[in-house]
Design a protein around this ligand. Structure first.
Ligand code: NAP
Length: 473
C-alpha cells in the first residue's frame, strides 16, 4: 500500500519524452510520486536506442541522465507491456491518479506520389529501426545491391540514412549496429546516394553539424552543385532578415562545399536542392528502378513562407533503393482522441483535450505525440516540464480523479494474471551489462539483443545481479 498522499502516476513510453517527464515529477518537492513506466519494447529509451544513429554514441549518452531515474525507488519499469493490448486506459484509470502519454510518433508520413510503395521503396523510419536493431524491424530485407539510392527529404533523418549508407566497414564496426545490418551494409554495392530537397538551401531542415559530418566521411565524398547552392532572391532576403544566425552559417557552409572540388572517394553523396519527386518508376522485375523528379522554384505562401512550385523541367534519377525521409507521424492510441491532420493527441499545453477542447481529467501527453515530430532530444525537456506543470496544477487544485485501487502491488498482479512477461529495471540492468560486455569483447559500445526471446534466454542463463528492489515488485 502507498503511504497516504502518494500520487500514483503512469508514464506510457520510456523514450526521452517519458524520461524527462519522470525527471520533472521526481524533482517536484510538493508531491510524493510513485511512478510506473510502461514500455512496449523489452528495453527502455525509445528513439535513443532505436532512432539515434549507431555512429552517434555521444548523443545516445543521454541515457546516463535517464539511468538513475529508473533506479529511483519511487519508479518502476514495466517493459514489454503494450498499452491498449496488455493494459488498457480503463485499467490505468483504476490504478493511477494521472497518466502521461509519451508514446512518440510511431509511424511515417507519406509522399503521396505514384509508385511510392513499390518494392525497394521504404520509409527511412523503417531503415533507421532496422540498422538500430529494433525488434519489429530486424527481419526486414533491404536490397543494397543497386548502384544508386535516392533519399527523399532533407531533415536530419535523411542525412543520417545517407551517411549510414556511406560508412566504411571500419566505421560500421565501431558502432553498436547489429551484425546483420553491418554485414548487409558491408556488402552494399550502392555508390551514388542522392538526397532530394524539394526546396532550397535556406529551407533545408538538417542542422549544420550533421552537414559537416558528411564532409568528413572516410569512404564518401559530398557533392553540391554550385548552381543549386545559390539562393533565389526571396530566400536571400529571408536569410538576411532572420535573427537566427545559424541559418546564415548553414547556407554559407552549403555554398563553401559547392565551391570546393569534390574529393575522390569510393562513394558519393549528392545533395540536390529544388528537386521534387514526381513518381517512382519500376524496372523489369517490378522493383523500384528510378525516381522521376521535377525542378522547383520557390514561391511565397499566404502564411509568409516559401513553397516549392514545379517548373516543368524534369530529371530522372536511377535508384534501386528509395528511402522516404519526409517525417515521422503519430499513431492514434486506444481510448484517446487523435488529430489525424497533425498526427498528434489534441492537447492544451499537455492536458489531453476532448473534441470540444475540454481537458480530460488525469490524462496528459508529452513529446512528439503532443507537439508533432520536431526538435532534438533536448527539446523534450522543456516540453515535458510544461506537461508536468499542468499535472501538478491539477493535483494542487484537486482536479485529479482518485483511482479505485492505487495499491502498487495491483499492477504486477494484473499483468501476471494476463500472462504478460514484463521486464523490470533489474532485468534491463542485466541486459545492459550483457550487451556492454559483448561489445567490449569486440571493441564496440555494445552488441544489442534484437529479440525478446534472445534477451529472455540470456537473462535465464545469467540471472539478474542484485539491484535496489522497486516498490511493489
Ligand atoms: P524533418 O526535419 O521534418 O524533415 C522532413 C523533410 O522532408 C523536410 O526536408 C521536408 O521538406 C521534406 N518533405 C516533407 N514532405 C515531403 C514531400 N512530400 N516531398 C519531398 N520532401 C518532403 O523530419 P526528420 O528528418 O524526420 O526529423 C524529425 C526530427 O528529428 C527533426 O526535428 C530532426 O532535427 C530530429 N532529428 C535530429 C537528429 C540529430 O540531432 N542528429 C537526427 C535525426 C532526427 P519541406 O521542408 O519542404 O517540407
Amino acid at each position: 500500500m502507498s503511504p497516504p498522499g502518494t500520487l500514483r502516476l503512469a508514464v506510457i513510453g520510456s523514450g526521452p519524452a517519458g524520461m524527462y517527464a519522470v525527471e520533472h515529477l521526481l524533482a517536484e518537492p510538493d508531491i510524493q510520486p510513485s511512478i510506473d513506466i510502461f514500455e512496449r519494447l523489452f528495453t527502455p529509451y525509445g528513439l535513443v536506442r532505436a532512432g539515434v544513429a549507431p555512429d552517434h554514441q555521444k548523443i545516445k549518452g543521454v541515457t546516463r541522465t535517464f539511468e538513475p531515474l529508473l533506479h529511483d525507488p519511487r519508479v518502476r519499469l514495466f517493459a514489454n507491456v503494450d498499452y491498449g493490448r496488455d493494459i488498457t486506459l480503463d485499467d490505468l484509470r483504476s490504478h493511477y491518479h494521472a497518466i502521461v502519454f509519451a508514446a512518440g510518433a510511431q509511424s511515417d508520413r507519406h509522399m503521396g506520389i505514384p509508385g511510392e510503395n513499390l518494392p525497394g521503396s521504404l520509409p527511412a523510419t523503417a531503415f533507421v529501426a532496422w540498422y538500430n536493431g529494433h525488434p519489429d524491424f530486424c527481419t526486414l530485407q533491404i536490397d543494397l545491391q543497386a548502384e544508386a539510392a535516392v533519399v527523399v527529404g532533407m531533415g536530419n533523418v535523411a542525412i543520417d540514412v545517407a551517411r549510414i549508407l556511406a560508412l566504411t566497414p571500419d566505421e560500421l564496426r565501431r558502432t553498436d549496429m547489429p551484425d546483420y545490418a553491418i554485414e548487409a551494409l558491408e556488402a552494399s554495392r550502392i555508390r551514388e546516394i542522392h538526397v532530394l530537397g524539394r526546396r532550397g538551401p535556406a529551407q533545408a531542415a538538417f542542422t549544420t553539424p550533421e552537414l559537416k559530418e558528411l564532409t568528413m566521411l572516410q569512404g564518401a565524398a559530398l557533392q553540391i552543385r554550385p548552381e543549386e547552392a545559390e539562393l533565389d532572391s526571396l530566400s536571400a532576403a529571408l536569410v538576411e532578415r532572420s535573427p537566427d544566425r545559424t541559418l546564415a552559417r548553414k547556407v554559407q557552409l552549403i555554398q563553401e562545399i559547392a565551391a570546393n572540388p569534390v574529393p575522390s572517394r569510393p562513394r558519393i553523396i549528392h545533395l540536390r536542392f529544388c528537386l521534387a519527386p514526381l513518381e517512382l518508376l519500376p524496372g523489369a522485375s517490378g522493383t523500384v528502378a528510378a525516381v522521376r523528379c521535377a525542378r522547383t522554384r520557390l514561391v511565397p505562401t499566404p502564411a509568409g513562407g516559401l513553397a516549392a512550385e514545379l517548373t516543368g523541367d524534369e530529371e530522372t534519377l536511377p535508384a534501386g533503393l528509395v528511402l522516404r525521409s519526409v517525417g515521422y507521424r503519430g499513431r492514434p492510441l486506444p481510448g484517446l482522441p487523435f488529430d489525424d491532420r497533425l498526427g498528434i493527441v489534441p492537447n492544451t499545453a499537455g492536458r489531453i483535450a476532448d473534441p470540444a477542447g475540454r481537458p480530460l481529467p488525469g490524462l496528459y501527453v508529452t513529446g512528439w505525440l503532443k507537439r508533432g515530430p520536431t526538435g532534438v532530444i533536448g527539446t523534450n525537456k522543456p516540453d515535458a516540464a510544461e506537461t508536468v506543470h499542468c499535472l501538478l496544477e491539477d493535483a494542487a487544485g484537486g482536479r485529479l480523479p482518485a483511482p479505485v485501487d492505487p495499491c502498487p502491488a495491483a499492477i504486477p498482479a494484473l499483468l501476471q494474471a494476463r500472462g504478460v512477461r514484463y521486464l523490470t529495471c533489474a532485468d534491463w540492468q542485466r541486459i545492459d551489462e550483457l550487451e556492454r560486455e559483448a561489445g567490449a569483447r569486440e571493441g564496440r559500445p555494445r552488441v544489442k539483443f534484437t529479440s525478446l526471446t534472445a534477451a529472455l534466454a540470456a537473462l535465464a542463463a545469467s540471472p539478474t545481479t542484485a539491484s535496489p528492489p522497486a516498490q511493489g515488485d
